[in-house]
Design a protein around this ligand. Structure first.
Ligand code: PBG
Length: 325
């Protein structure tokens, strides 16, 4: 065999500095969005048992936490509230002094340069644990939209920089866009959970957010993992309705969907690296079966390679530390 018969790809891999020259994808701290769980009460900083390293914090610990994030160079958070009281209408979701509204106000007061993204959903706030109003065992679409609009507007009033509706009701982007505009928040972008699958990877989050459905499951509103064309229809209608960002969730089993959504729609794409994906890596790392740092950085970089511009991840703090090294 002579030199014309094959290509020498290894020329570009010989040293770390050559590898750096030809690296196609780079993860940056600006890409990372850290999810936080805020609870009512005082003096609470409790680790979520199924998510080692992730905590429930009460407001008196929140500012300290946010300053810590900021000092690592993380600039965005997505806030989940875990209220004490739940009812059939999820009224704590849109209460002026609900836990999320108070948390947003406090972050914007104490650490104003952090971008605060508000997750807009009802499941943590309803006693039945579904993401909308329930009648005769069914989750109603249009009546739920009104409550989601109220929730989004109350979050914007509290100072949220971005609204992220995650409930998978049809028309939620259009309804929320109109509601925000009417309330004077036309400058607030919508980061839509456009493509959200009914996934077993949400298990640990539901422990953390106390948001498991009390009957049935979410398959009548979240998507079937088997479907790809449906994802494109979902993304298309959210774009038409005025979404500014598109989320694909979960991330790891849906890299193909991320790539297609990125190629077809001209909006920043967000990967949600969900709780189950986090906990599986944590568990393996704690057992010494995988190298946590290497595996996390590989995963996050792969999500960017698959088309994600931004990544919501419980690993954001660790990744920022590693990027700072
Ligand atoms: C629902 C919601 C879910 C997550 C965030 N918001 C999914 C669900 O319970 O159906 C999951 C996030 C994660 O697993 O990290 N509003």
């Amino acid at each position: 065999m002579n030199s014309k018969d094959f290509k020498r790809h290894r020329r570009l891999r010989r040293t770390e500095s050559v590898r750096a020259l030809v690296r196609e994808t780079k993860l940056s701290k600006d890409d990372l969005i850290y999810p936080i769980f805020v609870v009512e009460g005082k003096g609470i900083k409790n680790e979520v048992s199924s998510m080692p390293g992730v905590f429930h914090v009460s407001l008196d610990y929140l500012t300290e936490e946010m300053k810590d994030l900021q000092s690592k160079g993380i600039r965005s958070v997505i806030v989940f509230g875990v209220p004490n009281e739940k009812d059939s209408q999820g009224s704590q979701a849109y209460c002026e002094h609900g836990i999320v509204q108070e948390a947003i106000r406090q972050i914007k007061r104490d650490v104003p340069s952090l971008t605060v993204i508000a997750d807009t959903c009802l499941c943590q706030y309803t006693d039945h644990g579904h993401c909308g109003l329930v009648e005769n065992g069914e989750v109603l679409n249009d009546p739920s939209l009104e409550l989601l609009v109220k929730t989004a507007v109350s979050q914007a009033e509290a100072g949220a920089d971005i609204i992220a509706p995650s409930n998978m009701m049809d028309g939620f982007v259009a309804a929320i866009r109109e509601g925000l505009d009417e309330a004077g928040y036309s400058q607030i972008p919508i980061m839509s959970y456009a493509v959200k699958y009914a996934s077993a990877f949400y298990g640990p989050f539901r422990d953390a957010a106390h948001s498991s459905p009390q009957f049935g499951d979410r398959r009548a509103y979240q998507m079937d993992p088997a479907n790809r064309l449906e994802a494109l229809r979902e993304a298309e209608s959210d774009m038409e309705e005025g979404a500014d960002f598109l989320i694909v969730k979960p991330a790891l089993s849906y890299m193909d969907i991320m790539r297609e959504v990125k190629d077809r729609f001209n909006a920043p794409l967000v990967a949600y690296n969900v709780s189950g994906e986090y906990s599986m890596i944590k568990a393996a790392a704690m057992n010494g079966w995988v190298n946590e740092q290497e595996i996390v950085m590989e995963k996050l970089t792969s999500m960017k390679r698959a088309g994600a511009d931004l990544i919501i991840t419980y690993f954001a703090k660790d990744a920022a530390d590693w990027l700072n090294e």
